[in-house]
Design a protein around this ligand. Sequence first.
Ligand SMILES: Nc1ncnc2c1ncn2[C@@H]1O[C@H](COP(=O)(O)OP(=O)(O)OP(=O)(O)O)[C@@H](O)[C@H]1O
Ligand SMILES: [Mg+2]
Length: 445
Amino acid sequence: MLNAVDAELSRLARSAPSFAPVRMGRIVSCDGGLIEVSGLNAPIGTLCRAEAGGDEPAPAAEVVGFRSGRSLMMLLGDTVRLQPGALVRAEGHPGVVKVGEEFLGRAVDGQGLPIDGGPPVKARNSWLLGGRRESALERSSVIEPFDCGVRAINALATMGIGQRLGVIAGSGVGKSVLLDTMVRGADCDIAVVGLIGERAREVSDFVGRHMRGEARRRTVVVAVPSDHAANLRLRGAQLATSFAEYFRAQGKRVLLVLDSLTRVAHASREIALSLGEAGAARGYPPSALAAITKLIERAGNSASSGGSITGLYSVLADGDDQSDPVVDTARAILDGHIVLSREIAQRGHYPAIDIPASLSRVMSDVAAPDHLRHAATLRGLIAAHEANRDFLLMGVYQTGADPQLDRAMALQGPIQDFLRQEAGHTAALDASVDALTRLMGDGAK
Ligand SMILES: Nc1ncnc2c1ncn2[C@@H]1O[C@H](COP(=O)(O)OP(=O)(O)OP(=O)(O)O)[C@@H](O)[C@H]1O
Ligand SMILES: [Mg+2]
């Protein structure tokens, strides 16, 4: 007993006395991942730590709301070991995260803690997790082409620097592989990749592939796999966007990839429903859709710094349903979408881009007139061939009835070769446009 008192006294002697009030509360209820804490009035967004038995680190929680004088918090980990009446302390600044060059070459979780086995990241700069609200005029327009490293997109749905593009498809059609190729091939200064709600295996594969050699120095990965708490997944997406905003403010051309936006929407839906908000479209409360709109709006060009965030967001069309609320919201707010088709993937054609259904809304502003003309011609040929595919397979089409279809049939082999691209192989913008010109140019038949 005396030993214990001695130890406690020497611990107190070592620590500098602090007369600042310590803010603490007590857990009064725990319902799933949501806990109610009385006696602690911390602002929304504050990170807190709950006391728990054992030697394991105390579970963290984030204040997400308040009701009848009590704070509502979401746990960032498991509820195991949490007990009624446990003390909860507020920690850190609400809604502020560390950002900076120190994160380049690192893979971190939704709290910015390393998951790559490396030392803790000691970053000095702070940034608002939710971003700063900027005036609409701060977003300069998209006028320069962006080289994404994928031939079919570079040639037929050319992206622009500062554009926000969605990759929409059902599960297993090739979204992640396409985004992976784009991270490898894109012409940018910094690549920030948010892997949110994906499989843990995919996260380690991605880190293994991209965190090597030259590419490592320009890449940051924020990964929150699907088994993590909903608000950690949302935080992961916000943290990745904050990293991108920081580098944009340094005048850098940033590529921000979020795989997947749908999983971020699922996380916001989980949070909103547990806070008692009513579900609307397909169970998505309005705030869940507003959260992804806000995330997307943070990407774009900055007039003041000259930097840019080109955003790529994968969107899962559940059951290949294109009228899903997340698909709808993303389509409405994004500056273009690439639709991947299961039918094309089943033919073994990758990337399985459904060219007639895909669109880049900025292409006419960033591509040269000749390029636009050739792209329109090729899109027309592909659409004609796809629309008449069944007739052609049945052999009922008479050559000569439709000159456009005749040309599409004659060029089918070279067109398919042009659209195919192996995973991991990249095609630069100039080379893609040259290949398009050779295929469609005046010399071609
Ligand atoms: N370019 C490609 N070349 C060859 N195979 C590909 C290519 N793209 C995708 N695939 C095949 O499709 C499979 C699924 O791809 P991917 O994981 O990218 O799908 P996804 O749309 O991200 O799925 P989920 O919605 O489940 O995350 C891959 O494992 C691979 O076999
Ligand atoms: Mg995927």
